[in-house]
Design a protein around this ligand. Sequence first.
Ligand code: GLY
Length: 354
Amino acid sequence: MKKLDVVLKDKSYPIVIGKNLIDTLGERIKEFYKGTKLAIVTDENLNSIYGERVKKNLEKDGFEVKLIVVAAGEKSKSFGVLQELYNGFLDFKLTRSDLIIAFGGGVVGDLCGFAASTFLRGVPFVQVPTSLLAQIDSSVGGKVAIDLERGKNLVGSFYHPEFVLIDTELLKTLDKRFLWDGMAEVIKYGCISSKELFSRLMEFKDEEELLNNIDEIVFKCCDIKRKVVQEDEKDKGLRMILNFGHTIGHGIEKYFDYSKYTHGEAVAMGMYMITKNSEELGITQLGTSNKIKEILSKYNLEYNLDNIDMKEIVESTTLDKKNIGNKMNLILLEEIGVSFIKSIDNNEIGKYIY
Ligand code: GLY
């Protein structure tokens, strides 16, 4: 088992990474929680595989457990489902001294984290991320949110968990498409801040070798993310580098109504496209976009979109919530492993996309 600490001004918490850790959840909770009530939020798919096991184990450890199950998928990050969680907590008579557990991927983590941050003005919670994307990104750093009809993550807060428990064994039951989806964000960490990680990923022979080394990869990604978050918790500067590939990626997701491409698949294309253009503009070292193309193909990710009106993508892009006024921040690479933030006028975006 490996451990990392996220050290912030007002709060610090550990991230533990290893195999078969979900059966140790109760012991870890007991280290800091003296109460008995636990509300677990999960989705239908995970509930059918792990629900009973997690509940029974925690009951054996002496906890009174309520399992709240939401539908799988992004649609659950809504006000309607949020209210269902509040009602579940109220029925269970949950108080501010009790504990909530988010057991799931990014949707459950974001939704449950936001519910925890707002119910009774804040109830402590624990993140048990189950998808690769959630393990290396969304469960770390405290961003929790729900979606509005007009866009994703438009209502949320920064609310950190008591700890993050990452059981990489759970990735075995993850749908393959979502393994590659998470790999897009793994590749992103290599692109923005670690040439070594990028090379390591290029070295793996096949999926088996990747999965045999997944603890090391998850650890490296969480380490990069926690360092970025420690320096810029509220996303006012450095943290923006985590959005490499996301400006175009969000545009692509939105253009296809969040149904054709997963987040990671869209970000993969965003990373390649923006780098191809910044390379042509003389900003990025020649050959970088080819390296990105190669690594994306290796991990079953598309790198380009054919026959699409990129102007429409630009329009969705400039509506991204991170663009304030007439300016927007783009994340570009100098080379693999070295990124920077470039502030541009909204009307300049075309040259980075066409
Ligand atoms: N996923 C980007 C961030 O946490 O800032």
